[in-house]
Design a protein around this ligand. Structure first.
Ligand code: ADP
Ligand code: MG
Length: 259
């Protein structure tokens, strides 16, 4: 008998995901799972479909075929090779369970830092404004932005803006966080500061899926590394296997180029 680990909750389950733009098949039969508390790094060359995978997983993009579950809830099921999504209300509820951080921060330029962080918890999650603001202050402190509550995004550096974006994602009390190249718009010395915040979150057992080109960070922080190329998962496993001892030629070639 196979023993199931009931303590291990699956927060993300994707099976047989396919996605095309026009005639171009960008994701070809992708299946992956992420357990609660896991940090998964997704590596791969530009154009391999990493962002599209993240966008499908976070309901920013619809998948053509395959099944998607987030936090144990079904977002879409495959019916005869077509992804059929649940209703808008259910999707909205699912969307409340995870946070997203992008390469270009995507802050609201006309909102202060405080309003950027508290807007969704107050307006979408309908939580008490005072309570949310108190939490937001703590979060801003945690990401190193103490005292910046009343600044506007244009008054902040890129690194500071990304810290706001992380605080904003955390303010939703997410079960899981998705990052799409969170440091690729930043200088190396600024990048180190952001990676430190991510590492702190990993130490706190936040579940994270991170698309990144930071190989050293993936090696040290990720529990699992997924290598994508040409719309497929070429290889996945522990960082020491995938990064230090890749079995696939495409992974080897990619890692050599990154050195
Ligand atoms: P990565 O994040 O790994 O660089 P992407 O997921 O952004 O890769 O892109 C994978 C492929 O899909 C690329 O060839 C890209 O041009 C194409 N693509 C991505 N988004 C769209 C879109 N909205 N419309 C058409 N093609 C797209
Ligand atoms: Mg991308």
């Amino acid at each position: 008998m196979i023993k199931e680990d009931f303590n291990m909750k699956k927060l993300l389950e994707i099976s047989h995901l396919k996605k095309s733009f026009g005639d171009t098949e960008v994701l070809k039969d992708i299946s992956m799972e992420v357990n609660e508390g896991e940090v998964v790094a997704i590596l791969g060359p530009s154009g391999s479909g990493k962002s599209t995978l993240l966008r499908c997983a976070t309901l920013l993009e619809t998948m053509d075929a395959g099944t998607l579950k987030l936090g144990g809830e079904t977002a879409c099921e495959d019916k005869d090779g077509v992804s059929v999504y649940v209703g808008k209300k259910e999707l909205r509820e699912i969307k409340n369970t995870y946070g997203l951080v992008f390469q270009n921060f995507n802050l609201f330029p006309h909102y202060t830092v405080m309003k950027n962080v508290t807007d969704a918890p107050v307006c979408v999650q309908k939580r008490d404004k005072n309570e949310v603001e108190k939490e937001a202050k703590e979060l801003l402190k945690k990401v190193g932005l103490d005292g910046k509550e009343n600044s506007y995004p244009c008054q902040l550096s890129g690194g500071q803006q990304q810290r706001v974006a992380i605080a904003r994602a955390l303010a939703m009390n997410p079960e899981m966080l998705f990052f799409d190249e969170p440091t690729s718009a930043l200088d190396p010395e600024i990048t180190a500061g952001i990676l430190k915040v991510l590492r702190q979150l990993a130490d706190e057992k936040m579940t994270m899926i991170i698309v990144t080109h930071e190989i050293e960070f993936a090696r040290k922080v990720a529990d699992r590394v997924i290598f994508m190329d040409g719309g497929v998962i070429v290889e996945q496993g522990k960082p020491e296997d995938v990064i230090d001892n890749p079995s696939n030629e495409r992974t080897k070639a990619f890692l050599q180029k990154m050195e």
